[in-house]
Structure formats: structure tokens, C-alpha cells
Design a protein around this ligand. Structure first.
Ligand SMILES: Nc1ncnc2c1ncn2[C@@H]1O[C@H](COP(=O)(O)OP(=O)(O)OP(=O)(O)O)[C@@H](O)[C@H]1O
Ligand SMILES: [Mg+2]
Length: 366
């Protein structure tokens, strides 16, 4: 799939902008602080229904305005899709697909699918367990509204259980009533863990291959889900239920639930060592790059076409050999690279845009 046209209204530092992208490679250049990341963010906003860099949606609205809008015309195998979203100081964000307002956020997912890589994505390697869980959950949700709804249900039941643990001072009463929540929680948790594990099992062989291809090295990656053990749904459910029981006295002391998929981690190893502790900056970048390319393949397997690949400010960091190899891995996808300057020029067709103070100009079309 690819974005033919993107329109921004009062989004970040863009009062009004319109871009007609190439279906292949797009180079977005500009000095620091001109709006390159803002442009990438606008696309991701239509994909995830939220910004990849802030939880404060109001920041997305041009200073002094009350309302921002982003709209994309997307060409897909199935035909053209128009996707738009609005952010307002006065009401909730709204999204539309072909003019029909989306009722639940989950309905937006899958319409515009992109993979986003920026320096902040290095948190997948170096960050907290929640960063790795988010990476996994966001990707699965893009491909399955059912999984997204499952995570919402889990969070609801978890919040109920935590409320009981936090506010009920009589432990005997907690012990009496918590079974109802544990039954629901373990059932939902087992499905979440099972889905995450099978996603990672699909991701791993691609990540291994891309790490070798892009970094041109013999380095090997391994990914392991860390949480309650179990292979089948039933086994997982039983183990989670037992762990909830075993940890109940601690949970009562602390006032929240200390085990479950909301606490799990994903261990990423490089050459047999925990990458979070041992990998260099360059190695971390190669790992995340390999994971992002693996995401591209998984999405292609699931939806039958390549997602839109967005690389914000990461291309220029790669040496020319890696740039060339990355470029080859991306063939057939719409790619949007941003950077302060581009030393290389792609071989085939591409468009280059220059951004200056929230204005986007087409510079090269080849
Ligand atoms: N809501 C907003 N209203 C107006 N301007 C904004 C808003 N949010 C951010 N900006 C401005 O947008 C600019 C930053 O844009 P952006 O992060 O896209 O820059 P960039 O081109 O990616 O720069 P760099 O190369 O440093 O990453 C800043 O000048 C900032 O003040
Ligand atoms: Mg930037």
C-alpha cells in the first residue's frame, strides 16, 4: 500500500500542507526543527490513532488553534481508501475511513499500516519491559482488532482486581471474592500470552535473516518471551491462576497485581547475551532495524501487501554499505526517509522534498 496524498491542517507546525508522495522512495530533507518528524508523526497518527511520541494529543494542534486534521489517500490492493483523523481541544479525537466515522479505535487499525523507526525506537532494546510489550502489542493489534479488544478487556479486569486489592482492607473478604477476577484474568491472560508468543515465533526467523543482511555481520539474535510458562492456552491459564494464588499475599500487601502479561518482558539476545545490557549503540540500532524489517514481512504475510516504511532520522546514521543493503531490503515498499541531508541518491524512481518552517516543497521527481 502507499500514500498518494497527505493533507495536514493546523497539525504541529503546519498551518496547511499537502504532499503527493512517490509510491516508492521519498526523501524528506530539511534543517533541524523544520517539521520532518512532525510529518512522519502525522502518518503514524493515522495508523495507530495516536502519536508515537506524546500522550498529550493537544501538542499536535498548531499553537493558537483549537483543531487539527490529517488526511491521507491510500492506494491499496483492494482499491483506494481515504483515512482522516482530527484532534480537538474541545472533544475526543475522531477518525474516518472513506467518510464513515470510526466508532471504536480498533476499527481504524489495519486501514493504513506502517512501520515506524526513529531514534526513540531504540527503546525496544534499551528501554523498560513495557516498551517491548508495547512493540509486540501494537503490531499484533494492527493486524487483529480482536487482539486489541482482548488487551482492553484484560486491562479492565486487571483494574477491578487492583481496586479490590487496594481498597479492601479486610484480607479475608479479598480471599473470598478474588476468585471471580482470577478466573477471568487468567483466561484473558492466557490468550494474550499465547498470541504474543506466536507473533514472536513468526518474527524471529525474519529478524535473524535481516540482522545478517543489513548489518552484513555474522551476529545472531534470539527473542524469548519471559512470563508465566506454558505452551497451550489451558496450560497457561492453569499456571497463571496458580501464580495469582501464590502471589496473593504479596499482592494484598502491595495493593496491585504483580504477575501477568502486564508485567512480562521480551528478552532480546545478541550472540547469546542480553542485548539490553550488552549491546553497543550500533548493535542496538541494527537489532531494531532488523526487527522493523521483520515487522514489514509479517505484515506483508498477513495483509498481502507491504506496509508503509517510515524512517525518521535514522538513515543518515548508517554507513553507506548498510544504507545500500537496507535500501535493497525495502524494495517494493513505499518508503519515507527523513534526514538533514542525503548523500546517496536512489537508483530508480524517487521524490525528494524539502521542508522549511512547516512548508513542504517538491525538489526532485525522478
Ligand atoms: N503544536 C505546535 N504548534 C506549532 N509548532 C509546533 C508544535 N509542535 C511542535 N512545533 C514546532 O515544530 C518544530 C519541530 O518539528 P520537528 O520535530 O518535526 O523537527 P525536525 O525537522 O524533525 O527536526 P530535527 O531534525 O531536529 O529532528 C519545532 O520548531 C517546534 O517548535
Ligand atoms: Mg526530527
Amino acid at each position: 500500500m502507499f500514500i498518494e496524498k497527505l493533507k495536514l491542517n493546523s497539525f504541529r507546525n503546519y498551518p496547511e500542507a499537502e504532499v503527493e508522495f512517490a509510491s516508492g522512495v521519498n526523501l524528506i530533507s530539511g534543517l533541524n526543527g523544520q517539521g520532518k518528524t512532525n510529518l512522519a508523526e502525522a502518518i503514524v497518527f493515522l495508523c495507530l490513532g495516536k502519536s508515537p511520541r506524546t500522550h498529550q494529543d493537544k501538542e499536535l494542534i498548531l499553537a493558537g488553534s483549537n483543531y487539527a486534521k490529517v488526511e491521507a489517500n491510500v492506494k491499496k490492493n483492494v482499491g483506494n481508501v481515504n483515512i482522516s483523523g482530527s484532534i480537538s481541544n474541545l472533544e475526543e479525537n475522531k477518525f474516518w475511513v472513506n467518510g464513515n466515522q470510526v466508532k471504536k479505535l480498533g476499527e481504524l487499525f489495519g486501514n493504513l499500516v506502517c512501520v515506524f523507526f526513529s531514534p526513540s525506537e531504540l527503546k525496544i532494546v534499551a528501554g523498560a519491559p513495557s516498551d517491548r510489550r508495547d512493540f509486540c502489542d501494537t503490531d499484533i493489534s494492527m493486524l487483529s482488532e480482536a487482539y486489541y479488544n482482548l488487551t482492553l478487556r484484560y486491562e479492565k479486569v486487571l483494574a477491578q482486581r487492583n481496586k479490590l486489592l487496594k481498597f479492601e482492607k479486610d484480607h479475608a473478604k479479598i480471599i473470598d471474592t478474588i476468585g471471580v477476577w482470577d478466573e477471568q484474568l487468567s483466561s484473558l491472560a492466557s490468550l494474550i500470552i499465547k498470541t504474543r508468543k506466536s507473533f514472536l515465533a513468526k518474527l524471529l526467523p525474519y529478524a535473524k535473516r535481516f540482522l545478517k543482511e543489513v548489518s552484513g555481520s555474522r551476529e545472531d539474535i534470539n527473542i524469548e518471551y519471559q512470563g508465566i510458562s506454558g505452551e497451550t492456552k489451558e496450560e497457561l491459564k492453569e499456571n497463571i491462576k496458580r501464580a495469582l494464588e501464590i502471589n496473593l499475599s504479596r499482592d494484598m500487601e502491595l495493593g496491585y497485581t504483580t504477575i501477568g502479561p502486564h508485567r512480562d518482558d521480551i528478552k532480546i539476545e545478541l550472540n547469546g547475551k542480553d542485548s539490553r545490557a550488552y549491546s553497543s549503540q550500533g548493535q542496538a540500532r541494527s537489532i531494531v532495524l532488523a526487527l522493523k524489517l521483520a515487522e514489514m514481512k509479517i505484515m506483508e504475510d498477513e495483509i498481502g501487501e507491504k506496509p508503509i516504511m517510515i524512517f525518521d532520522d535514522v538513515f543518515s546514521e548508517l554507513d553507506s554499505g548498510r544504507q545500500k543493503r537496507l535500501y535493497e531490503c525495502l524494495s517494493g515498499a513505499q518508503v519515507i526517509f527523513t534526514g538533514t541531508n542525503f548523500k546517496f541518491k536512489p537508483n530508480g524512481e524517487f521524490r525528494q522534498f524539502k521542508i522549511s518552517d512547516g512548508k513542504i516543497k517538491l525538489k526532485v521527481k525522478r
